[in-house]
Design a protein around this ligand. Structure first.
Ligand code: ADP
Length: 680
């Protein structure tokens, strides 16, 4: 492009010899020259922004004055100097006309080469000065815009007396309009009083002045500024003047406000989440939440509908911003009504903006409610439509994306909370039903076992009498059969006792009677009781106990039952080898252990065997007697005593049951004291 090249002159003349002569002079003076012979050509070349145009007046297609007028009329070319050079229009009239038409100079030929070059240079210098002024003006304008700072001074009384060009540039106020306290008229009406008061206060107290206000810009928009000032004292302590600055803080303020809004919304969301979690009935909380939302977002109307159970209808649960009479007419709605739109069926948020101008047929009703924008959100949790939540505003025609997202999140939170309380209520109901069923089962077992025990005792009693011959002589054969009746009855009684014990435990009817119990002694007794069974199966019983007495505050009967249950299982499920009963203290309390070399328990059964009636599947030939209640009772008893039972086992090798009585139980003999185990 030509713009930054050396000085370029467009030389226009239709008479070639004259044009040639002029170009020669110009080139001789060091200019670059473009040539044109017609008006049209000139207007085309001028677009390339030559630094000056030498323009003949008499052109074949267009008058030179017209060409000049067009150059000056186009803002892109208006600043290019035009020098008319005419051979035919020589009179002063033509000269005046040419200059008035916008030309910057007028020469007639013949012209001395020096005069031509001097005229061209003079016009170029003028152009250069003009350009510099223009550039400096632009620079000043962009500086004031970029910094948007005003440095100001007032007299001691606080009146503006000096001109404030930066203030003028920003606000468009004239110099006179700023004087005194006229500058206040450019401050936003809502901020004006506050600003004036602060300024007055600063002057009266001679304290630093600092305030934020909105200032009207020359285009009518408002921007946030911070005004700061201090008094300048003169010798003698009096105030000489005030000086200060006004700084544009618009961007910062906008960011601050956006951040505050964002924080408020986050706070609202987190409050809502925690309140909804804590509240017993979230439906009651919806109204409170709405009030906070309406303040935060400036919403005037709110409607909350809940789905009527088993129906395609909605019932108004809460509302605001509508007259009661009107709300009553909206109390029950079908799913497809204009208030809920597609929120119910399609479960999508439904938004109508610019309601007053909307052609949407659903807008009709909303218009009659005086709404300008409206949104309805479905309350869906677990794929289950609970209701809808609608918000409307009468003052704004649209919602922002952020607002809609916030409303959606709140709706989701409410839906989740309502669903959570519904599930909780359901769970509670189930838990009550389960407890009741369990109680009924325990009651049934207790009653049944009790009722069975009485006739069974009668059977045993009368069998004894028969065996004793009270009713007459008994033959050997009869005695043998009576023996079987007795054995079976005893076995049955044992089973019933087990069930009764379990039922009592389940019903929570078992009390712990704590007393100091000497555990070593108790182990000896338990071993003695089980000894006959051990011998009958040809097994060996080993007892490992501390030499010193081991005293524990506990319930002797329950500890005995625990040990006997474990010992009888050990004997029952061991075909050869030995059964060991061990007791010792450990850091965490007292440990009772029953170890056997029996059939063992498969790993996946280890936890299940503690469930009531659970038994490990055995082949018919291996099946042992039992109800599957022993271990369940054992675990419950251990827990009643503040302890726990665990098992380790390897099928085919044996099992070890360990009972730990927790430290809560008071132990009289010091735990962990040196002991010498005695093995029998
Ligand atoms: P029961 O002995 O009356 O069947 P329990 O509750 O005492 O009921 O035991 C449940 C099941 O656990 C037993 O049927 C048995 O399959 C398994 N079991 C218990 N103790 C042992 C053991 N010492 N060795 C192998 N299996 C055992």
């Amino acid at each position: 492009m030509l713009k930054n090249a050396n000085t370029v002159i467009l030389n226009v003349d239709d008479y070639e010899p004259a044009r040639y002569a002029t170009s020669r002079i110009l080139r001789g003076a060091g200019f670059e020259v473009l040539e044109a012979a017609t008006g049209a050509e000139t207007l085309r070349l001028v677009a390339e922004q030559p630094d000056l145009v030498i323009l003949d007046v008499n052109l074949p297609d267009m008058h030179g004055f017209e060409v000049c007028r067009r150059i000056k009329a186009d803002p892109h070319t208006a600043r290019i100097p035009v020098l008319h050079l005419s051979a035919s229009y020589r009179g002063s009239e033509a000269r005046v006309k040419g200059l008035e038409g916008g030309a910057d100079g007028y020469l007639t030929t013949p012209v001395e080469p020096e005069e031509l070059v001097a005229s061209v240079k003079a016009l170029l210098r003028l152009r250069q000065v003009e350009r510099e002024v223009q550039e400096s003006e632009e620079r000043f304008r962009s500086l004031t815009t970029a910094f948007a700072q005003v440095v100001w001074t007032t007299d001691a009384k606080g009146d503006v007396i000096a001109d404030l060009p930066q203030w003028r540039a920003l606000t468009g106020q004239a110099e006179d309009e700023i004087k005194g306290d006229g500058w206040l008229n450019a401050v936003h009406p809502e901020d004006r009083k506050r600003t004036a008061t602060a300024w007055k206060h600063a002057i009266e107290t001679r304290s630093p002045y600092r305030i934020e206000f909105r200032l009207r810009m020359r285009d009518g928009s408002y921007r946030y500024f911070q005004g700061r000032g201090v008094s300048v004292p003169q010798s003698g302590g009096q105030v000489r003047e005030w000086v200060g600055v006004c700084v544009d803080i618009h961007e910062r303020k906008q960011t601050e406000m956006a951040l505050r809004k964002h924080n408020e919304r986050l706070q609202l969301l987190s409050d809502a989440a925690s309140r909804l979690l804590l509240t017993e009935d979230p439906r009651k909380y919806i109204e409170h939440l709405y009030r906070r939302l309406s303040t935060a977002l400036g919403l005037e109307v709110f409607l909350n509908y809940l789905v009527i159970e088993n129906g395609e209808q909605l019932r108004l649960n809460a509302y605001d911003g509508l007259p009661t009479r009107l709300a009553r007419t909206l109390e029950h709605l079908d799913f497809d009504n204009p208030i809920c739109g597609c929120a119910t069926r399609e479960r999508k948020a439904y938004v109508i903006e610019d309601v007053q101008a909307s052609s949407n047929p659903r807008a009709e009703l909303l218009r009659s409610l005086g709404l300008a924008a409206y949104t309805c959100h479905p309350l869906v949790a677990n794929n289950h439509l609970i209701g809808t939540l609608s918000f409307g505003t009468r003052t704004r025609a649209r919602f922002t994306k952020d607002e809609l997202a916030l409303l959606q999140t709140i709706s989701d939170q409410i839906a989740a909370a309502v669903e959570r309380t519904r599930l909780l209520a359901e769970l509670r109901q189930q838990a009550t039903a389960l407890t009741e069923a369990n109680q009924a089962k325990a009651d049934f077992l207790a009653v049944m076992s009790h009722e069975l025990r009485t006739p069974l005792n009668a059977i045993l009693g009368f069998t004894d009498l028969l065996e004793l011959g009270v009713a007459g002589p008994v033959t050997e054969k009869q005695r043998e059969q009576l023996g079987r009746i007795t054995a079976s009855s005893r076995h049955l009684l044992h089973l019933i006792e087990g069930i009764l014990g379990f039922a009592r435990l389940e019903a929570g009817r078992v009390e712990v009677q704590t007393e100091p119990v000497e555990l070593t002694q108790l182990m000896w007794e338990a071993a003695a009781l089980i000894e006959p069974l051990v011998q009958k199966k040809g097994l060996h019983l080993r007892l490992t106990v501390p030499e010193a007495p081991l005293i524990l505050d506990t319930d002797a009967g329950k500890v005995r039952q625990i040990v006997l249950n474990l010992l009888s299982n050990a004997v029952k499920f061991t075909r050869q080898g030995e059964v060991e009963l061990e007791v010792h203290t450990s850091e965490s309390g007292v440990v009772l252990r029953v170890r056997d070399t029996g059939i063992g328990i498969p790993p996946d059964e280890l936890e299940r065997i503690f469930d009531p009636f659970a038994q490990v599947e055995q082949s018919r030939s291996q099946r042992a007697d039992g109800t599957g209640l022993g271990l369940s009772v054992t675990r419950q008893l251990a827990r009643l005593l503040g302890g726990e039972v665990s098992v380790e086992s390897e099928p085919g090798t044996g099992s070890t049951f360990t009972v730990r009585l927790s430290p809560q139980a008071h132990v009289d003999s010091p735990i962990g004291a040196a002991e010498t185990p005695v093995t029998v």
